[in-house]
Design a protein around this ligand. Structure first.
Ligand code: LLP
Length: 421
């Protein structure tokens, strides 16, 4: 399966992303986190508030390395459209833009943030199942690169609006390939029962709409079967189905210029970046290069998590150590309102004290937040060294779907976000 060309690619990220130095200080991409807290997040330290820290160097290196490896794996023109739902901080967006990435948005709100960060309309892919009249109108007026439609009804609405405005719009038709992406059910999108994409059996009405509306410009098919993918066999199956459909569309008079293969590359939250991510990326690229060999189209990707998850940590202060006859809890000042992933997807983000204590025994604890819900557990049955009130902990790999999914639930404030380099 491995081609000669791919053997020469070096899969190396510059991490060590998060690890202890010889004195027991937790370092994040080479910066001791307790120093960063004192120097950069003094208000959070003083006010006992949690804070998201992001490493600019990590974001830059990661994006560069991703682009390089992608370009050496695929012969075609490629463009990476970062899925900004993962993290929409303007500074992070600007950094990714400077590394040559485009952007994938799912609402007019995201689209406006992307424009403000400097992305050009021609770098924007707009996805999502529920675009309103207003959102579609604005996207058409802006002349974005590609609007991905997810239903026959949506394509019909886009066609009507584009003809009324007399402005052409380039369309990606998102396919629902009906595969099992082998991921958490809440982030699987490729099953035929999911709300996403158009069933292959409905291509007849899709083709008819392209013929009816003169301002609908067919650009190509698009695909995104789910998030947190490690086994890419379902992607392989989905690509075969999509390429076959692409040929059928062409036979019906609709040749394509683009193939959008989505995102979904997984991040193993229980392991350090350098020990697992290169292999995950290698497996993903291998599937792409195998199926896309000889495909003469521009290839677009929409990764979110893989680009930014490792770039952020959420720092939190221990409020109480609570021992009951049955359980030991470390109660901290952050929780499901700031990082929903453990409660919603049972994600196991690593939790590491900023200072590694000496020789004491490890204890089994639940690390929990202040929210009035029993699901507000950041880490269940974790082995941690002894910690006490006032100690700080780092919750690792919180750069994707952390702050972007945070809420004011229970009327707590949102954490600050600070960049370090
Ligand atoms: N493209 C489309 C159309 C998507 O729906 C998504 C993610 C992506 C790209 C980017 O996927 P990624 O490369 O980040 O896996 N909140 C969940 C993840 C939800 C993903 C939704 N769609 C989590 O924290 O795991």
């Amino acid at each position: 399966m491995k081609s000669q060309r791919r053997k020469n690619v070096k899969y190396r990220f510059k991490d060590s992303q998060i690890s202890y130095d010889s004195q027991g200080n937790l370092e994040f991409y080479g910066i001791p986190l307790s120093h960063a807290l004192k120097a950069k997040a003094t208000a959070s330290l003083k006010n006992h508030e949690p804070v998201y820290l992001y490493s600019q160097a990590q974001i830059r290196d990661r994006a560069q390395s991703f682009m390089k490896q992608l370009k050496s794996a695929l012969k075609q023109e490629v463009s990476v459209h970062y899925a900004m739902k993962a993290n929409f901080h303007p500074q992070l967006l600007k950094l990714l833009k400077s590394q040559g990435l485009g952007i994938d948005v799912v609402s007019i709100g995201e689209l406006k943030i992307a424009l403000k960060a400097g992305f050009k309309p021609q770098q924007i892919i707009y996805s999502g199942v529920g675009k309103t009249e207003t959102e579609i109108t604005q996207a058409i007026r802006l002349k974005i690169f590609q609007l991905n439609v997810e239903s026959v009804a949506e394509l019909s609405r886009v066609g009507r609006i584009a003809d009324q405005l007399k402005i052409p719009i380039h369309i990606g038709v998102r396919v629902n390939p009906g595969v099992n992406p082998q991921t958490h059910p809440y982030i699987a999108t490729g099953f035929r029962e999911n709300k996403f994409g158009i069933d292959p059996s409905q291509m007849g009405p899709v083709i008819a709409l392209f013929k009816k509306h003169k301002n609908l410009r067919y650009q190509g098919l698009s695909l995104h079967i789910g998030s947190q993918l490690f086994d890419f066999s379902a992607l392989s199956e989905a690509l075969q189905i999509t390429l076959k459909m692409d040929g059928e569309m062409e036979a019906q008079g609709l040749p394509s210029k683009v193939l959008d293969v989505g995102g979904g590359i997984g991040v193993d939250y229980t392991a350090n970046s350098e020990s697992v991510d290169p292999k995950t990326l290698e497996n993903f690229l291998q599937v792409l290069s195998t199926h896309l060999r000889g495909v003469k189209k521009k290839i677009c990707l929409e990764p979110g998590r893989f680009i930014v998850a490792r770039s952020g940590v959420l720092l939190t202060e221990v409020q109480y150590v609570k021992e009951t006859p049955h359980k030991k809890f470390i109660i901290v000042n952050t929780g499901m309102h700031h990082l929903l992933r453990p409660a919603l997807y049972q994600a196991e983000h690593r939790i590491l004290p900023l200072r590694k204590s000496g020789s004491g025994p490890l204890q089994t604890v639940d690390v929990v937040g202040p929210i009035c819900e029993s699901s507000d557990v950041i880490g269940r049955n974790r082995s941690l060294p002894q910690v006490q009130e006032g100690d700080w902990l780092a919750i690792a790999d919180a750069g994707a779907y952390g702050y972007s999914m945070a809420s004011h639930y229970n009327s707590f404030a949102l954490p600050k976000e600070i960049f370090i380099d």
